[in-house]
Design a protein around this ligand. Structure first.
Ligand SMILES: [Zn+2]
Length: 288
């Protein structure tokens, strides 16, 4: 059962997560009781980033967007859906932004080790499902390479959700922008203008549409050749995309669509059955 806590308590450590959905506010015995009474109990961790987001958005944009959308999704779940949010990793793998001051990055190895240790701890607590959530594209490759290992090592069901890929609302962003923008452009700027307008400096915004190299381009979206670019290859300002068409109104529509879709996904993960331990295939037994 969810802990009986009001929406506001005497600390803000949970950020945008409803306090009763915040793993770290439970006692060890309460977590133990949940794990023993609900075989589908699910933990979700937002994997963030602290990295340059152009001249107009704060360094913590990716952690901020991830936590706000996760908080919005958890608030939509009914009480019988036992999904708890772990404290996030505020840092991620942001090596592609290391030329810009303020960026604080893990290496891919560090991020993998952090998630392995956290995942192992969740499994040891008796939970059988873990969701790796994030809005920072730079973490995706590390997670793709790693999350199956985590399933093998912990025997949990392990899922990953990239917020950039869910709850898309057609028609909000111009096709030319959607084709190349990926950092501090219309979408991300609109969401932060909605969530925390105090942290956005539109008077300093300077988008950057890079010039693709003829024939191959700095291809990164569905092309045959992908170059190992870093942000300073593509942009002088750090923004890769056009923030000027952004608006808080668009951001509200984007955030609500993503939070609603995330809530559906978290509930579906929770309701899917715990994986049963499988026997070795029969023919292997026969060969012994
Ligand atoms: Zn970002």
């Amino acid at each position: 059962m969810l802990k009986d806590l009001p929406p506001t308590i005497g600390t803000g450590l949970h950020g945008s997560i409803p306090p009763r959905r915040y793993w770290a506010y439970y006692t060890w015995q309460e977590i133990d009781a949940i794990a023993k009474s609900d075989p589908n109990a699910t933990a979700v961790i937002n994997i963030g980033a602290v990295e340059q987001h152009g001249p107009h958005l704060p360094l913590i944009t990716d952690t901020l967007v991830g936590m706000e959308l996760l908080g919005g999704a958890l608030a939509r779940l009914s009480d019988d859906v036992m999904v708890l949010a772990l404290p996030p990793t505020n840092f991620g793998k942001s090596t592609e932004h290391h030329d810009f001051p303020g960026t604080l990055t893990f290496s891919g190895e560090t991020l993998r080790m952090v998630l392995k240790d956290i995942g192992t701890s969740v499994a040891r607590s008796g939970f059988s499902k873990l969701v790796l959530l994030g809005s920072h594209g730079g973490n995706v490759g590390t997670l793709d390479d790693f999350f199956r290992d985590l399933r093998i090592e912990t025997d949990m069901r392990v899922f990953k959700i990239f917020l950039g890929g869910i709850g898309q609302v057609p028609g909000l962003v111009a096709p030319a922008e959607a084709a190349i923008a990926m950092h501090s452009g219309d979408t991300e700027t609109s969401m932060v203008r909605h969530l925390t307008p105090e942290l956005v400096h539109m008077d300093r915004a300077e988008g950057w549409i890079f010039d693709p190299t003829p024939d191959i381009g700095y291809s990164f979206k569905g092309n045959d050749v992908i170059e190992a670019w870093i942000a300073s290859d593509l942009s002088r300002t750090g923004a890769i995309g056009n923030p000027h068409p952004s608006s808080a109104e668009k951001g509200k529509i984007m955030c609500e669509a993503k939070a609603a879709r995330l809530a559906e996904l978290l509930e579906a993960i929770y309701r899917s059955p715990k994986r049963e331990v499988r026997q070795a295939p029969k023919d292997q037994e026969d060969r012994r």
